[in-house]
Design a protein around this ligand. Structure first.
Ligand code: NAD
Length: 222
C-alpha cells in the first residue's frame, strides 16, 4: 500500500487517481490546509473505490504512527508541504517548519515502521536564477527564496539519511509548475483562498470569481 501525504492536494489527488487506476492500494493523509475534503468524494467517484483517508498533520508523529500501524504501508510519496514562493518570503518560519519538520517527522515514523521507500516532491526552485536554459539536473543550486531553500534542506536530509543508513530507497523529483487537470474534469487544482499558481488563478478570473489577472512587466517574449 502506498501512502500519499498531501493526498487531497493538486498533485497528490492526481497521482492517487493514476495509481489506483493502475491497481495500487493507497491511503491518503492531509491536514486540509490547502485542500478540501470534497476532493475525496470526487476521487471516489472517479475511481469507483472507497479511498482510505486520515486527516492529520504530518508533523504530528503520534498521529502518523497510528496511520502506519493501521495500514500495511510499504512506500510513501511525500507531497504534503507549503508551496507559495511569496508566502515563504513573508512567513519563513512557517515554511521551514512545515516543509523541513514535516519531512523529518515522516522519516522518523517510516524508519520506526521499517518503511524505507520514499519519493519526495521537491522543486525546480532549488536552482534559483538559472545560468542556462533548459536547466540541467546538475545545474548549480542557488535557491533565492525560503521555499526553495526549505526544499533544498529536505533534499540534504534525505541524502544524509541515505548515506548513513542502509536500506533507504529515495527518489527526488524537482519539477517546475505543472498545470492542467484530470481528463474527466472531476478533479483539478483547487487551492484554498487566493491561488498561488498561475493556472488556477487564470481559471478563477475566467469564471468571474476574480476581477482580473495582474501582469507584471510588459516586455515578455511570449
Ligand atoms: P497542494 O498545496 O495542492 O498540495 C499539498 C497538500 O498538502 C495540500 O492538500 C495541503 O492541505 C497538504 N498539507 C500541507 N501541509 C501539510 C501537513 N503539514 N500535513 C498534512 N498535509 C499537509 O500543492 P501541490 O501543487 O499538490 O504540490 C505538492 C508538493 O509538490 C508540494 O510539496 C510542492 O512544494 C511540490 N511542488 C509543487 C509544484 C506546483 O507548481 N504545483 C511544483 C514543484 C513542486
Amino acid at each position: 500500500m502506498i501512502l500519499l501525504t498531501g493526498g487531497l492536494g493538486y498533485l497528490g489527488s492526481h497521482m492517487a487517481a493514476q495509481i489506483i487506476e493502475q491497481g495500487h492500494e493507497v491511503v491518503l493523509v492531509d491536514n486540509l490546509s490547502n485542500s478540501q475534503i470534497a476532493v475525496l468524494d470526487r476521487l471516489s467517484k472517479l475511481t469507483g473505490r472507497v479511498i482510505p483517508f486520515v486527516q492529520i498533520d504530518v508533523r504530528d508523529k503520534a498521529a502518523l504512527q497510528q496511520v502506519f500501524s493501521q495500514y500495511p504501508i510499504t512506500q510513501v510519496v511525500h507531497f504534503a508541504g507549503s508551496k507559495s514562493v511569496n508566502e515563504s518570503i513573508q512567513q519563513p518560519l512557517d515554511y521551514y517548519d512545515n516543509n523541513v519538520n514535516g519531512l523529518i517527522s515522516l522519516l522518523y515514523v517510516m524508519k520506526e515502521a521499517q518503511v524505507k521507500t520514499i519519493v519526495f516532491s521537491s522543486t525546480a526552485a532549488i536552482y534559483g536564477e538559472p545560468e542556462a536554459l533548459p536547466i540541467s539536473e546538475s545545474a548549480r543550486q542557488a535557491p533565492i527564496t525560503p521555499y526553495g531553500r526549505s526544499k533544498q534542506i529536505c533534499e540534504q536530509v534525505l541524502q544524509d539519511l541515505a548515506h548513513a543508513e542502509k536500506g533507504w530507497k529515495i527518489a527526488v523529483l524537482r519539477y517546475f509548475n505543472p498545470a492542467g487537470a484530470h481528463q474527466s474534469g472531476i478533479i483539478g487544482e483547487v487551492p484554498n483562498g487566493i491561488p498561488n499558481n498561475l493556472v488556477p488563478y487564470i481559471a478563477q478570473v475566467a469564471r468571474d470569481e476574480r476581477p482580473f489577472l495582474q501582469v507584471f512587466g510588459n516586455d515578455y517574449n511570449t
